[in-house]
Design a protein around this ligand. Structure first.
Ligand SMILES: [Fe+2]
Length: 249
C-alpha cells in the first residue's frame, strides 16, 4: 500500500493519497482545488493513476478538486450519499465498501459537523474528516451541524474502533499529523475521557468562532463537485488558484 499525507496550507487541509502497488491505481481523499497540480505531480511521480476522489463531506473552507480531477484525468467522483450531491458518480453508504485493486475503504456515517458527513476506515487507520480532529472536532454551527449527533458519532462510532487505529483528520492547524483512537479517548478535551453530552453541548455553544470567510462560495461550489464561483472576490481568489509552493504534508 502506498500512502501519502499531503497538506494544503490555505485551509490547513490534509489530502490523503492511497495507492495500490499491484494495480497502480489510486484514491485521493479530500483533494483541494488549489493544490490539485501538486497532487497530480505526486501521483505521477509514484507512477499511479487516479481512479477515485472521495470527499468526507461538503466542505465550507475550500473547494474540492473532485470535478477538476475528473475533467483532467478521468477519475470518478465518490461522495457520501447522505450529502446529496447530484454530480457524484458514486454515492457512498455505510456498509458498502469502496474497493480498488487490493484496497478497501469502509464508509462510516458520522453526522454532526454536517448531517451527511462520513469517515472512512482503511486497514489500520481511519480518515475522520472534520468529525474528529486531533484534540478537537469540527464546528457544528453550519450545514445542519448538531452537537448531539457529533457526540454520538465520535463516542459511539469512532471510539469503538480498536484503540491503536491511526486517526488521520481532514485538518490540523498546529502541524500535527496523526493521532490514535486511544490518544483521542484520553486527551481530546471536548470528547475524551468522561465528557458528558451536556458538557460537550456547552463547549460547542461557547466557542465564539468567527464566521467562516469562504463558506458562501465553498458550499455552493462543492455541491457542484468543485466549481469556483465566477464572483469570488479578489481577496479570496487564491482559493481557486493553484498554489505556487509545493509543501509536502
Ligand atoms: Fe468541514
Amino acid at each position: 500500500m502506498i500512502f501519502r499525507q499531503l497538506f494544503e496550507p490555505l485551509s490547513s487541509t490534509y489530502t490523503y493519497l492511497l495507492g495500490c502497488e499491484e494495480t497502480g491505481q489510486a484514491i485521493l481523499i479530500d483533494p483541494v482545488i488549489a493544490s490539485m497540480d501538486r497532487d497530480l505531480q505526486v501521483l505521477q511521480r509514484l507512477g499511479l493513476t487516479l481512479a477515485f476522489s472521495v470527499d468526507t463531506h461538503v466542505h465550507a473552507d475550500h473547494i474540492t478538486a473532485a470535478l477538476e480531477l475528473k475533467n483532467k484525468v478521468g477519475s470518478k467522483i465518490a461522495m457520501p450519499a447522505a450529502e446529496q450531491v447530484p454530480c457524484a458518480d458514486i454515492n457512498l453508504e455505510e456498509g458498502k465498501p469502496l474497493r480498488l485493486g487490493s484496497m478497501v475503504l469502509n464508509p462510516l456515517h458520522t453526522p454532526g459537523h454536517t448531517s451527511g458527513h462520513f469517515a472512512y476506515t482503511f486497514n489500520d487507520r481511519v480518515f475522520t474528516g472534520d468529525a474528529l480532529l486531533i484534540e478537537g472536532c469540527g464546528r457544528i454551527d453550519f450545514q445542519q451541524g448538531d452537537a448531539d449527533a457529533l457526540y454520538r458519532s465520535v463516542r459511539e462510532k469512532l471510539f469503538s474502533l480498536p484503540d491503536d487505529t491511526l486517526v488521520y483528520p481532514a485538518h490540523d492547524y498546529q502541524d500535527r499529523h496523526v493521532s490514535t483512537i486511544a490518544q483521542e479517548k484520553k486527551r481530546n478535551p471536548r470528547l475524551g475521557e468522561d465528557r458528558t453530552l451536556e458538557e460537550f453541548r456547552n463547549i460547542m455553544a461557547n466557542l465564539h468562532l468567527p464566521f467562516p470567510k469562504f463558506i458562501e462560495y465553498a458550499v455552493p461550489g462543492n455541491k457542484q463537485c468543485g466549481i469556483c464561483p465566477p464572483d469570488v472576490p479578489e481577496n479570496m481568489a487564491k482559493y481557486c488558484q493553484q498554489m505556487t509552493e509545493s509543501p509536502q504534508g
